[in-house]
Design a protein around this ligand. Structure first.
Ligand code: ATP
Ligand code: MG
Length: 719
């Protein structure tokens, strides 16, 4: 099992008696240390179920589980590999009862939270304000404050109002037996802190805790970790201070600084060899991160050879940039033997930048997936509809119930729902089952009961009819009838401040319904538009598979597709060929000079948008490198985080890297002139740089076609 580990990695893997920190740059094999250490711990006799490995995303957890399986086989499935949040769920499902939570508590997503907040404030609030509240409440929760404490730290009248709303919000969550994303860390922390028997149980249970991407933990996560490992402190944290990119969400490098102080026995291991990227790529990365202050000095080297120079690609507009990226991908795929679509990634800062790339890839008929952003199934309107589908399929799905009953609003107030929630908890029933309980009339007024019964009967009726609706045509009619019944189109237009947005949402809804109907078979159109006859399925069967799809979308990672991803979501991953797009001053770094950090407050936590702080649509800097004013401390810190983001992006690439920028970029509705990012100049400190020359690509393509014409392709391992 020592195969494929260098000396320093082995040292970290073999040190199992106490606290260990592996601090090293990108691609140096930190994650590999974690998987091998899991194997090592099992080898020396620790039961797999007593090992917890904490990663940053579900996707990273899935990948780690796979890698561990490759090393140790079936035992890997008993290791608890999960995110901090999933670990929180586990703790609360097992021991949340002492906090008054039933084991089937629901987890609210961002949309649920927004609508509860709006409701708590009387329902007249616009979406942007509700998101702002959510952001502030989340910030407080991450600081470990409850509503009463928030009231005392509130800085102004606005914050005092938010603290009051937080109080109502918390009451509602309790009544609904629901928790939000932040509670998944905050409540377990409370559980371990305030209940010694629960704390001891978990400290005994967990023989070793491993944490990947440690630099991105926030204060509450660190506290949770400390309580989990206790005095014995058997844990391994791996991280890279240069890749800390979640500062805007409360992650703090203080956690790295505190570690040696809180754990004097801490063993620190540094890794210096990068096994991922060529020297040309690594040099560009080192150059960009160079100006940042260092927590611990480290130098990275690679033995993979110089490799191809890093390319700079300029384009006129985003659309042009996307076309050039797609042409590059096609060219590389043709000239680099045996590359597959999944060897390519296009990375950018914010979700909305995916769009031109999606269009260009579709046009070229290249398969792709959008990761870390709003995939179709994550859109609010699609999730609304899926909540209904989930309820048809499983009446006891409480979060789906709560969402469907309020979307669109049907005059069932939150007091009624809170009473129903309390009743359901007392009688250990799901909300749907509670609604038909013979004892409910004793606690609810007749009018409220009438509304609930009507809703329940309607859902039952829909589910029954969906089970008898066969084929595309019937399904289409059914879905249209249902949407008209519930007034969904009206709901979209009422809820959205801009008509254009509402129309876009409605068009997504129609898209989705059409796609569902097609899946019901019968007389349908195939990809080329020809009419064919296929086996028919009932709408309920199709709803079943779709309801499942919405919960497992993270699994689709093995497909042979090009990845489009935000930089934040690309952390920890690698691809042979990477295009870093939108490396334009004002985008990356993001408006560093003119907004003093304002955009951070605009992005609500955990929303898809929050994965990369999104610029408010109406402001843009247009400030180039030439007009830079004096920098404040806050600006300097933001620039450091931008630099780390760029560093994360560059270091995802294994063999080739292109950075592209546009000469024009959107500012509100206008196009304004733009300049290449200052980071491009910083990368270009040596001759590793070269401008993209279209003629060169054409030559490579010609050569490749000539070669292929001569020799048939043979199977080769992936690079
Ligand atoms: P990041 O900072 O981006 O999360 P990391 O430090 O976690 O990177 P890994 O993902 O573990 O790095 O490793 C990077 C690549 O190098 C992987 O493809 C991994 O398999 C390979 N690698 C790591 N260590 C070795 C080694 N000792 N020998 C050969 N390959 C290695
Ligand atoms: Mg890693």
């Amino acid at each position: 099992m020592s195969a494929g580990l260098n000396h320093a990695q082995l040292e970290a893997v073999h040190y199992i008696g106490g606290p260990c920190l592996v601090l090293a740059g990108a691609g140096s094999g930190k994650t590999r240390v974690i998987t091998h250490k899991i194997a090592r711990l099992i080898e020396v006799g620790l039961e797999p179920r007593r090992i917890a490995a904490i990663t940053f995303t579900n996707k990273a957890a899935a990948e780690m589980r796979e890698r561990a399986k490759g090393l140790i086989g079936r035992a890997a499935k008993d290791v608890l590999v999960c995110t901090f949040h999933a670990l929180g769920v586990r703790l609360m499902r097992e021991d949340g009862a002492v906090l008054g939570l039933k084991p089937q508590f629901s987890i609210l997503d961002t949309d649920d939270v927004t609508s509860i907040l709006k409701d708590a404030a009387g329902g007249t609030t616009d979406a942007a304000t509700a998101r702002q509240w959510q952001w502030t409440i989340s910030k407080w929760k991450n600081m470990g404050l409850n509503a009463a404490q928030a009231q005392s730290v509130a800085a102004d009248d606005n914050e005092k109002t938010i603290a009051r709303i937080m109080q109502l919000y918390e009451e509602r969550l309790a009544a609904y037996q629901s928790v939000d994303f932040d509670d998944l860390i905050g409540l377990p922390l409370k559980l371990l802190r305030d209940f010694p028997e629960v704390r001891e149980k978990w400290q005994k249970k967990l023989g070793h805790v491993l944490v990947d991407e440690y630099q991105d933990t926030n204060a509450t996560q660190y506290e949770l970790l400390k309580l989990l490992v206790g005095e014995r402190a058997r844990f391994t944290a791996v991280g890279d201070d240069d890749q800390s990119i979640y500062g805007w969400r409360g992650a703090t490098l203080d956690n790295l600084r505190k570690l040696p102080l809180d754990f004097p026995a801490l063993k620190v291991v540094k890794l210096e060899q990068n096994y991922r990227s060529t020297s040309a790529i690594l040099r560009a990365a080192n150059n960009v991160i160079g100006p940042n202050p260092k927590l611990f000095p480290k130098t990275l080297f690679s033995e993979l050879g110089e490799g191809e120079p890093v390319r700079v690609v300029d384009a006129d507009t985003e659309e042009h940039e996307a076309e050039r990226a797609v042409a590059r991908i096609q060219g590389l795929r043709a000239s680099h033997q045996h590359s597959e679509w999944r060897h390519f990634a296009v990375l950018y800062r914010a979700n909305h930048q995916a769009k031109p790339f999606e269009k260009a890839l579709r046009k070229a008929q290249i398969p792709y997936k959008v990761s870390g952003g709003t995939s179709f199934f994550d859109r609010t309107e699609i999730r609304d509809l899926c909540a209904w589908l989930r309820l048809w399929v499983n009446n006891d799905d409480d979060p789906a119930f709560l969402r469907a009953v309020a979307t669109p609003k049907r005059g069932i107030g939150h007091t009624t729902l809170a009473q129903l929630g309390t009743f359901a908890t007392q009688h250990k029933l799901s909300l749907f089952a509670a609604l038909f309980s013979a004892m409910l009339p004793a606690v609810l007024p007749a009018r409220a009961l009438g509304g609930l019964h009507e809703f329940g009967r309607y859902v039952n009726d829909l589910a029954y009819r969906a089970g008898h609706t066969l084929g595309a045509e019937a399904a289409r009619a059914f879905l249209a009838g249902w949407l008209a019944d519930i007034g969904y189109e009206r709901h979209l237009y009422d809820g959205e401040d801009s008509e254009k947005l509402a129309a876009a949402r409605w068009s997504n809804v129609l898209d989705f319904c059409d796609w569902m109907a097609q899946r019901c078979g019968g007389q349908i159109e195939d990809a080329s538009g020809a009419s064919v006859t296929t086996e028919t399925k009932s709408l309920l069967e199709v709803a079943q598979t779709i309801a499942l799809l919405t919960t497992i979308s993270e699994r689709e990672q093995d497909q042979d597709v090009v990845t489009l991803s935000t930089l934040h979501a690309s952390k920890g991953l690698e691809w042979p060929h990477v295009v870093l797009a939108g490396v334009t001053e004002g985008l990356l770094p993001f408006k560093i000079d003119d907004d003093g950090g304002r955009q951070q407050k605009d992005a609500p936590p955990h929303s898809p948008a929050a994965r990369g702080p999104l610029p408010p649509e109406d402001v843009a800097s247009g400030l180039g490198a030439a007009r830079r004013p004096e920098v404040s401390e806050e600006t300097a810190q933001r620039l450091q985080e931008e630099r780390r983001l760029m560093y994360v992006g560059i270091t995802r690439a294994q063999r080739t890297l292109a950075v592209s920028w546009t000469r024009k970029r959107k500012k509100g509705r206008e196009m304004v002139p733009a300049q290449p990012s200052r980071f491009i100049a910083e990368m270009a400190l040596d001759k590793a740089m070269a401008r993209e020359d279209p003629r060169e690509k054409l030559r490579a393509l010609r050569a490749e076609f000539a070669r292929r014409a001569e020799a048939p392709p043979t199977a080769h391992p992936a690079p």
